[in-house]
Design a protein around this ligand. Structure first.
Ligand SMILES: [Zn+2]
Length: 301
């Protein structure tokens, strides 16, 4: 790797490592890709889809999540400018297309792909259902509870704390840099999607947020899968409490509505979660969140 060139590039665009060419998406809007240094040898890539985090050190390159094929291609193209064989490991935080759809761009260019065992199954099921198996690069390495690797001066650990956003969410910790990619277990003031069809659990999602506060520390930087905008995705440990409060507010609201005698249809028609006015919901995820809370509160014990 030509580290000097890589760092010099990081001084471009006021701290952003590099700024992509303006790309016309959907014929109307344009989007820029950006690479921001986070800490030590760990960087954030943003364009369209879930946040990508990558490590580049003297040992090589590890990438966490892949957005979509076009976006992954932008990242690969940039990284190839400074290292001929750039990819040792690709990790997926979970199977959703905006986090793993770009895996295919790494085909033949990455040594291994890691994900939680349930995430791999979900990715296979999703591809079969969409008849898009030829557009996938599946994980060839899986774990169930915890998986770690020493990578030069960095140690990377993948943790699984049970079902949350899906039943296969991995938390990826770069221990030396002390950065965790939380995948879609964290969204910065943006309503998250909850994928009941893929085994999600709102109740356990709150326990995951508690556990992450104990396992990681006050200096840890947490990368959210999404934010109010693509670049607004890095938070500290205090934010995990706020995310938990979001789910508590949903449960509290649904409980009150059930006690008040409202029907399921009336409850899931609530347009926004009370107390959460500063959060945005551009994809109308409020309904599946309310439905999940209703389901979890009313299923027989
Ligand atoms: Zn997701």
């Amino acid at each position: 790797m030509n580290r000097r060139l890589f760092i010099r590039n990081s001084l471009l665009a006021g701290g952003a490592l590099a700024l992509g060419p303006r790309m016309y998406a959907n014929g109307l809007n344009f989007a820029d890709w950006k690479i921001h240094p986070i800490r030590k040898d760990v960087y954030l890539f943003t364009e369209r889809g879930g946040s990508i985090v990558f490590l580049r050190n003297k040992t090589g390159t590890v990438v966490v999540d892949s957005q979509f094929p076009e976006q992954a291609g932008h990242l690969i193209g940039e990284l190839k400018k400074t290292a001929p064989v750039p990819f040792d490991l690709l990790i997926n935080t979970h199977h959703h297309g905006d986090h793993s759809g770009g895996n295919i761009a790494f085909k033949g260019q990455v040594k291994q792909v890691l994900a939680h065992i349930n995430s791999k199954i979900n990715q296979e099921n999703q591809a079969k259902a969409q008849q898009s198996e030829d557009k996938q690069l599946y994980p060839d390495l899986t774990f169930s509870d915890k998986w770690c690797v020493d990578f030069g001066k960095e140690k990377i650990c993948a943790h699984y704390f049970g079902p949350g956003h899906t039943n296969g969410d991995a938390l990826i910790h770069f221990e030396n840099a002390n950065i965790v990619h939380m995948g879609d277990l964290l969204a910065n003031k943006r309503y998250p999607y909850i994928d009941r069809g893929a085994g999600a659990s709102m109740e356990n999602w709150m326990l995951i947020l508690d556990r992450a506060q104990n396992v990681f520390d006050r200096k840890t930087l947490f990368v959210c899968g999404h934010g109010r905008d693509a670049n607004d995705v890095i938070v500290n440990r205090d934010y995990l409490r706020e995310m938990k409060f979001f789910f508590e507010s949903i449960f509290d609201h649904v409980k009150k509505e059930i006690v008040a005698g409202k029907t399921k249809e009336q409850i899931i028609a609530t347009p926004a979660i009370p107390m959460m006015e500063s959060w945005v919901d551009p994809n109308s995820f409020v309904k599946p969140l309310l439905e999940t809370a209703y389901h979890e509160l009313t299923i027989p014990a």
